[in-house]
Design a protein around this ligand. Structure first.
Ligand code: S6P
Ligand code: ZN
Length: 192
């Protein structure tokens, strides 16, 4: 039998990247069009930093089977569009029964989750806290801090990502907004 070779990868928390992986992509602010509520505030970000990196993902994929585990790191810059904190696009796994684990390595974030029935769970996470994202939950990360949010993740390699579920429903059910007192508040997404 051919056994998969073990692999050692190193996470640099300062750069927010997985070293010795085999995957890397970046999302610029231009790529995030349509996600945020405040159109005018988004346009003003596009005007002067459309091609800056909003978040980037480095990963290692050992194979493509359910029994292969993808592992990687997401690094997301801090900031807001109007009052809304920076976020990842969000998705449900295309094979919906595949779970995921996320561990915050630095920064402060929220794991925003929504069941297909529209139930909302908001899990605030600081360094060395781990969130189990169960099968079927739509998930996205939100950076509610003032530094990079760096999160380790791992999930079965045949999970896949379906982004259309978000687009179809006008986004996720709530938006994570600045509460004006240095914290956050979840407000209904009126477009949902
Ligand atoms: C994939 C996993 C992460 C995200 C990454 C970016 O299942 O949840 O690797 O892809 O955090 O988020 P998004 O929503 O743009 O894929
Ligand atoms: Zn995922």
């Amino acid at each position: 039998m051919n056994f998969t070779e073990p692999r050692l990868c190193t996470i640099s928390v300062t750069t927010g990247m997985l070293e010795n992986g085999d995957g890397h992509y970046r999302k610029s602010y231009r790529d995030l069009d349509g996600l945020y509520a405040d159109r005018a505030a988004f346009e003003s970000i596009l005007a002067d930093r459309a091609d800056d990196i909003a978040y980037e993902v480095t990963s290692y994929t050992p194979g493509g089977k359910t029994s292969d585990m993808i592992l990687g790191v997401t690094r997301m810059a801090p900031g807001k569009v109007g009052r809304e904190y920076f976020l990842t696009r969000g998705h449900i796994h295309a094979n919906g029964d595949r779970p995921e684990i996320y561990q915050t390595l630095s920064g402060r974030g929220i794991m925003q989750m929504e069941s297909p029935d529209g139930e909302v769970r908001l899990v605030e996470m600081g360094p060395q806290q781990v969130c189990y994202v169960p099968p079927f939950w739509i998930h996205r990360s939100v950076n509610i801090g003032d530094e990079d949010l760096v999160m380790f993740f791992s999930y079965p390699a045949d999970s896949g990502q379906d982004y259309s579920i978000i687009a179809r429903s006008g986004g996720m059910r709530v938006r994570i907004m600045d509460d004006g007192k240095g914290g956050w508040v979840a407000e209904d997404n009126t477009a949902w």
